[in-house]
Design a protein around this ligand. Structure first.
Ligand SMILES: [Zn+2]
Ligand SMILES: [Zn+2]
Length: 264
């Protein structure tokens, strides 16, 4: 098996994924996964963002649906129920509340503010990039997160891996190492394909090789995450192989044992 656990799976509730909960599970079984963790985009109280994350009112239904499926498929696959969420200091209490309900949180910082402002899709100033890195570092310090998703996603739509990108990489990686938080190599980035950069190279925005070269200097544990927004992404094992091939010569250390969560 190329990869037999994945903790980064979305559902239709986030507004930009397709398929039923059950279809994700069936795809994971078909692909040979032993463990499938759901980590849909977590809600924020009173701050709906229908194309980006579920509403707070959907949370219980999300958990109930997955709990029923976890039982239904328990002889075929181990299901875990988590959420992917950002770190915003003003919403810290909500994270504690979420952790009462689910087994794990992964830190996936998609913007600088909870209303979606300062998203990585449109980073164009040095200040935004630095604010973004600071939020991640503060989030890592809380110790609430099982791992850090797509730590290099900020390179998305950047023309080059310039001095600021390098500085941001070191801020994030140093904090991940200091807090012993595993970092994710995001297979969705591979599935988006290679892009042509102004310097003439063709490479993935993420996993961005320059970022992972720096990562290799730190005592970090890495993990692959599919970041599935479509059940078919779980069946695309070639993209996992491509991600591995892209980074194989860097000497990164990988998590080879699944996480153990308290039973809920
Ligand atoms: Zn998403
Ligand atoms: Zn995700």
């Amino acid at each position: 098996m190329i990869q037999d656990f994945n903790y980064h799976t979305h559902t239709i509730r986030c507004g930009h994924a397709v398929g039923t909960d059950e279809e994700y599970i069936q795809a994971a079984i078909q692909a040979g996964y032993r463990i499938l963790g759901f980590s849909d985009h977590a809600p924020y109280k009173g701050m709906p963002l229908p194309k980006s994350r579920m509403a707070w009112e959907q949370l219980d239904e999300y958990i109930d649906s997955l709990t029923a499926l976890k039982e239904k498929y328990k002889d075929q696959i181990e299901i875990h129920i988590g959420l992917e969420t950002e770190y915003y200091p003003e919403c810290h209490e909500q994270k504690l509340e979420l952790l009462e309900k689910v087994e794990y949180l992964i830190l996936g910082q998609h913007s600088v503010r909870p209303n979606g402002e300062g998203t990585f899709f449109r980073f164009n100033t040095k200040e935004q990039l630095m604010q973004y890195a600071e939020k991640i570092c503060q989030g890592l310090e809380t110790g609430l997160y099982t791992y850090l998703a797509h730590p290099d996603v900020y390179v998305f739509r950047q023309d080059s891996f310039d001095r600021t990108c390098k500085k941001v990489a070191r801020m994030i990686l140093e904090k991940a190492a200091e807090t012993d938080t595993p970092v994710e190599i995001n297979v969705h980035g591979v599935q988006r394909g290679r892009q042509s950069f102004p310097n003439g190279t063709m490479q993935y925005w993420y996993p961005h090789k320059e970022f992972w070269k720096i990562a290799a200097e730190y005592p970090l544990r890495c993990i692959y995450g599919i970041d599935a927004h479509d059940p078919r992404q779980l069946l695309d094992l070639q993209s996992v192989l491509d991600a591995k091939k892209e980074l194989e010569d860097l000497g990164l250390t990988f998590i080879d044992e699944p996480f153990v969560f308290q039973h809920r």
